[in-house]
Design a protein around this ligand. Structure first.
Ligand SMILES: Cc1ncc(COP(=O)(O)O)c(C=O)c1O
Length: 402
């Protein structure tokens, strides 16, 4: 079975994790700091704060942005639920701005209209869908007009670059950028997340919030009589000054992420090569559209998404997925628009309509893309997908059923 996405682990990765396990510190330690520096330097941001996973990182970012009841967070409907849930965690209201039909990213025109039509917009969370960076200059300009912070959800986009060629996560047009290192992403940490920022105050807040809102920094202590004895800091002492969480990542996970990071360019190059091959052979199949085609060089290429005309194929999407699976080819749908989720609908959080996101969802199918695919795997996917559009697959399946 060729899944739609898969991590790639080698013996170096395993050795790196085992080395931590033979040491003293299993929870957060020097590997986390090393990983943070590695990512900050790679993307070109001043600070990085690691976290237990991407969802935790988004929650921390929402807390650091001081979002709360009465505030609105605008994101895209075409994303994983976590991009919007981070508003709900802090009591804010998520609202959705439609996507551009080709890039499948938040459309600045729709964002502008959405921001003008709702109250209390305090944060904008664009998502670099499938790895393709959004138009951050335009989004930042709209955010400024409304006095909103920008938190980039770059969970798909490590290794991607903006249209000026600079790397995703440098926060030139954002206050914070969030990454995920879930195994299906480019870099696997098991579970893992990280936030980059250039703002020192946000950085310090994120550090506090990640660790129970608790500080051991002597200069920050406020309860002087309890904290000091004869002018000396008490060695056991710590203070909780905010309501934080335990969202630390372990050194075992960071050792894996560091080892994986050394292979990022190789991972990216192979993903680009496969995407380019798909782009070439699928370019002229009637009934198959390739959003984001031509933009692969700027993308992290986390996912290869297609738009299929299921009517023209003569099968429902479910049938296509089962048919592909029967040939050993996995597929998935990214994403069901978030406001379609029952939790959102039940709370009246789905406002307005999103024609582009809805039209895309009707036709969406993600096909396999990951570093470890062999050339034979790629050709097998190409064969199975092409056959859907030739009529051959239909008759072969009908013969099989007969
Ligand atoms: C766009 C997006 N945001 C956030 C997340 C959450 O990341 P994690 O799974 O690391 O919590 C994901 C994960 O799939 C995602 O795709």
């Amino acid at each position: 079975m060729i899944p739609y996405g898969r991590h790639h682990i080698d013996e170096d990765d395993i050795r790196a994790v085992a080395e931590v396990m033979r040491g003293e510190l299993l929870t957060q330690g020097p590997k986390a700091a090393q990983f943070e520096k590695l990512v900050a330097d790679y993307v070109g941001a001043r600070f990085a704060v690691s976290a237990a996973n991407g969802t935790a990182a988004l929650h921390l970012a929402a807390l650091a942005a001081e979002l709360g009841p009465g505030d609105t967070l605008v994101t895209t409907p075409n994303t994983f639920i976590a991009s919007a849930n981070c508003a709900l965690y802090v009591g804010a209201r998520p609202v959705f701005a439609d996507i551009d039909a080709f890039t499948l990213n938040m459309d600045p025109g729709a964002l502008s209209a959405t921001c003008a039509s709702v109250k209390g917009v305090k944060a904008i969370v664009p998502v670099h869908f499938a790895g393709l960076p959004c138009d951050m200059k335009a989004i930042r300009a709209i955010a400024r007009e409304h006095g909103a912070l920008v938190i980039e959800d770059a969970c798909h986009a490590i290794g991607g670059s903006y249209d000026d060629g600079s790397r995703v996560g440098n926060c030139r047009h954002a206050d914070m950028t969030v990454f995920s290192f879930h195994p299906v992403k480019l870099i696997a940490a098991g579970e893992g997340g990280l936030i980059t920022t250039n703002d020192e105050a946000l950085y310090k807040k994120l550090l506090l919030l990640r660790n129970h809102g608790m500080t051991r920094a002597v200069s920050d202590w406020t309860e002087i009589p309890r904290a000091f004895e004869n002018g000396e800091p008490n060695p056991w002492y710590y203070e909780m000054q905010h309501l934080g969480l335990n969202y630390r990542i372990t050194d075992m996970q960071c050792a894996l992420a560091i080892s994986q990071f050394g292979k990022l360019e190789r991972f990216l190059a192979r993903r680009r090569e496969i995407a380019a091959r798909y782009d070439d052979v699928f370019a002229n199949l009637p009934g198959l559209e390739l959003p984001q085609r031509g933009l692969r060089n700027r993308s992290g290429n986390h996912l290869y998404v297609t738009c299929m005309d299921f009517k023209a194929i003569g099968r429902t999407r479910g049938e296509v997925m089962l048919h592909l699976r029967a040939q050993g080819v996995g597929s998935q749908v990214h994403y069901i628009p978030v406001p379609f989720q029952p939790y959102y609908k039940a709370r009246g959080l789905a406002e307005g309509h999103w024609p582009n996101a809805e039209a895309y969802y009707e036709q969406a199918l993600t096909i396999p893309l990951y570093y470890g695919m062999s050339d034979d795997d790629v050709e097998k996917v190409i064969g199975a997908v092409s056959a859907l559009f030739s009529g051959t697959a239909r008759s072969a399946a009908a013969a099989g059923r007969a």
